[in-house]
Design a protein around this ligand. Structure first.
Ligand SMILES: NC(=O)c1ccc[n+]([C@@H]2O[C@H](COP(=O)([O-])OP(=O)(O)OC[C@H]3O[C@@H](n4cnc5c(N)ncnc54)[C@H](OP(=O)(O)O)[C@@H]3O)[C@@H](O)[C@H]2O)c1
Length: 376
């Protein structure tokens, strides 16, 4: 296993983290197949994974308890636990202690090594500040109950820089992968956070699994390239290739995936991607763009929109939904609905200022209507 440093205290963390949001179940989300999930977590830990990511709400609030059970028998001492305050459920000051104490008890521990404010957004961050979350977290840190403080993020780049600049955070967790370079914080956000000294943890590296099962035109590129690497493997290595990133979280849901991803993280550090693989990724990124029903190249000539919409982001979500289909629809719909309302396609005032500037001559207003109809 390879390790990198994360956070102000420069803890050595494994480059592969175990995300406990997609554990095997027996049907319903909350009915985790506990023996298999524990076997997977312990296998990963036995093979060097030392960063386990959970959250209050995952698996119908059962993920933390499962993690606590998996970390019995001496496993707790081998790992760093990351979990998150469900900020959208917090209504009053006392809720911080209420949720946190519940989390300690579910996880069967007296401290959380990496604690995050879950999914901070434009509206939730001022609310949390007003309720005194920082004072509360700093007290928990000085009492030894929290190691490092960070936040996870799904909002827009401008919101991201505002949150990064408003506190001396230790780390942040971002959604990032080969087809999401520009959504949410994106590459710009990744570099911004790294410049400001934040450690970076990546979530959804396979875009919820979609990148591991590419559609036929993308699969053809893999076949033609004749590489022995699996698409998932290359998607991980594309992330590990970036020195700003400390941990890539993977939501593994069976033993085979766990073995494969651990093996992937064990490979040589010398060159995460060789020249041939870089060329394949670049071809694949282009091919994904070609498969897109809206021919937006994200040049952003259409911006700024007088109504405040982020036009390229709306188009990217629609394109991703169309290319990947399956459960990506709900993923993209969630992403659309976490955009501030003023930036969603539905806020278009049809002034057509953008259409005069689009080099691809896209009928932007018509397309935005289509996007809104799909996601709203
Ligand atoms: N803070 C937040 O707001 C937030 C949001 C999202 C995620 N997270 C955290 O980040 C973690 C990672 O995100 P994610 O779970 O979405 O990661 P992901 O890697 O994008 O998606 C996980 C899915 O990828 C597939 N997969 C994994 N390994 C594979 C392999 N070797 N071969 C083929 N398919 C493979 C599986 O899909 P199938 O089920 O199709 O097999 C799995 O369910 C989560 O588990 C969670 O801990 C946090």
């Amino acid at each position: 296993m390879q390790y990198r440093t994360l956070g102000k205290k420069q803890k050595k963390v494994s480059i592969l983290g175990f995300g406990t949001m997609r554990l095997p179940t027996r049907g319903t989300e909350a009915d985790i197949d506990e023996p298999t999930a524990i076997q997977m977590l312990r296998y990963a830990i036995d093979h060097g994974v030392n960063y386990i990511d959970s959250a209050y709400t995952y698996h119908g609030e059962k993920s933390e308890s499962l993690t606590g059970n998996a970390l019995k028998d001496g496993y707790r001492q081998k790992v760093y636990i990351a979990t998150k305050m469900p900020v959208w459920l917090v209504e009053k000051k006392d809720d911080f202690d209420r949720f946190f104490n519940n989390q300690l008890s579910r996880l069967q521990t007296d401290h959380i090594d990496f604690y995050l404010l879950h999914c901070l957004q434009k509206n939730s961050w001022p609310k949390m500040k007003k309720l005194g979350v920082i004072k509360w977290a700093e007290k928990a840190q000085s009492d030894g109950h929290i190691g490092e403080l960070g936040f996870s993020f799904h909002d827009h780049y401008d919101v991201f820089t505002g949150i990064v600049d408003s506190y001396d955070w230790s780390f942040c967790q971002l959604q990032y992968n080969i087809v999401n370079e520009d959504v949410q914080a994106g590459t710009k956000g990744l570099h911004y956070a790294a410049r400001k000294g934040l450690g970076i943890v990546i979530m959804e590296p396979l875009f919820g699994g979609s990148l591991a099962n590419p559609p036929p035109p993308i699969k053809e590129i893999w076949d033609r390239a004749g590489t022995k690497c699996r698409p998932a493997d290359v998607a991980f290595r594309w992330l590990w290739d970036k020195p700003e990133i400390s941990v890539v979280l993977s939501g593994m849901n069976n033993m085979e995936q766990t073995r494969q991803n651990v093996e992937s993280a064990n490979r040589s550090l010398e060159s995460w991607l060789n020249k041939k693989e870089r060329a394949i990724i670049s071809e694949i990124q282009k091919a994904y763009r070609k498969l897109s029903p809206i021919p937006c190249t994200k040049c952003r000539y259409c911006m700024p929109c007088p109504s405040g919409l982020d036009i390229p982001v709306n188009f990217e979500l629609y394109n991703n939904m169309t290319i990947f289909q399956g459960n990506t629809l709900s993923l993209c719909r969630n992403l659309y609905n976490t955009l501030p309302e003023s930036q969603r396609a539905g806020a278009c005032k049809k002034c057509k200022t953008c259409e005069k500037k689009c080099p691809q001559q896209i009928s932007i207003v018509e397309m935005l209507e289509r996007v809104h109809k799909q996601f709203a």
